[in-house]
Design a protein around this ligand. Structure first.
Ligand code: AMP
Length: 249
């Protein structure tokens, strides 16, 4: 069984993002970029399924600029067998990515796509769901446990007040939540090995997909600066301030 894992190149989660002076977006100049953390979890899960003998091949796919090759190499260092870069300089929105992934699925015919539940840059939480809709496949989102058997995936999801387990028929799209697994660190020998794994590059036009943005970003702004806190002498003064200064009680 082939598993496809989309991996997105995003601003590293440790970086404090800066908004461009003109408010048109986030400044990416000289900023450390890494694989979206939820996608590391997806790659880890797919590789574990391969190690368990359930999957036979893990293919990582990244859509974006040429530097996404690094993200694909990182996925291959964790254990993906090969990579596909859908290369474009156009800023991709979730619908465009979902259409590209659908076209890759048509070619590759995976039985399972494991996406991250959301990309930490746009926080869209849309791509996996859109891909499932375009492909006409079932979806199970926010997975905290995945078991494959008899052409089906049993997917446990953390929901308010407990756990829900769904059964979806393969092929399907699963999106990963934080507690699904703890991704391994790529070892140096595996990083070296990853450099020799196959990496194909295609363009959106080769896949017949129009990736032109459908949404316009009107403005990006930093959150308002928080003012300094204040120490109060006792509970009475705290209540007085909450009532008469902050006016929240
Ligand atoms: P989003 O819908 O943007 O929050 O992204 C959800 C998931 O879709 C990510 O965790 C990735 O698995 C996948 N994804 C989104 N954008 C890309 C991209 N440009 N290349 C590859 N995968 C992507």
């Amino acid at each position: 069984m082939k598993i496809l894992v989309p991996v997105k190149r995003v601003v590293d989660y440790n970086v404090k993002v800066r908004v461009k002076a003109d408010g048109s977006g986030v400044d990416l100049a000289n900023v450390k970029m890494s694989m979206n953390p939820f996608d590391e979890i997806s790659v880890e899960e797919a590789v574990r399924l391969k190690e368990a003998g359930v999957a036979t091949e893990v293919v990582a796919v990244s859509c974006g600029v040429g530097a996404c090759q690094e993200t694909l190499r990182a996925a291959m260092a964790i254990g993906a067998d090969r990579g596909i870069l859908v290369e474009t300089d156009v800023e991709l929105q979730p619908l465009a990515v979902a259409k590209l992934l659908k076209a890759v699925c048509d070619k590759e015919q995976p039985q399972l796509v494991i996406c991250g539940k959301q990309a930490i840059d746009d926080d869209a939480n849309q791509t996996g769901q859109m891909l499932a809709a375009l492909a006409g496949w079932p979806q199970a989102t926010f997975a905290s446990k995945v078991t494959l058997a008899d052409g089906k995936a049993a997917v446990t999801r953390e929901i308010d007040g407990g756990l829900e387990t769904l059964s979806v028929k393969l092929p399907a799209v699963v999106t990963t939540d934080l507690r699904l697994n703890e991704p391994r660190y790529a070892t140096l020998p595996n990083i070296m090995k990853a450099k020799k794994k196959p990496l194909d590059t295609v363009k959106p036009a080769d896949l017949g997909v129009d990736v032109a943005p459908r949404l316009a970003t009107l403005k990006v702004a930093e959150p308002p600066k928080r003012s300094a806190g204040e120490r109060v002498a006792d509970v009475a003064q705290l209540i007085d301030k909450l009532k008469n200064v902050a006016k929240v009680i």
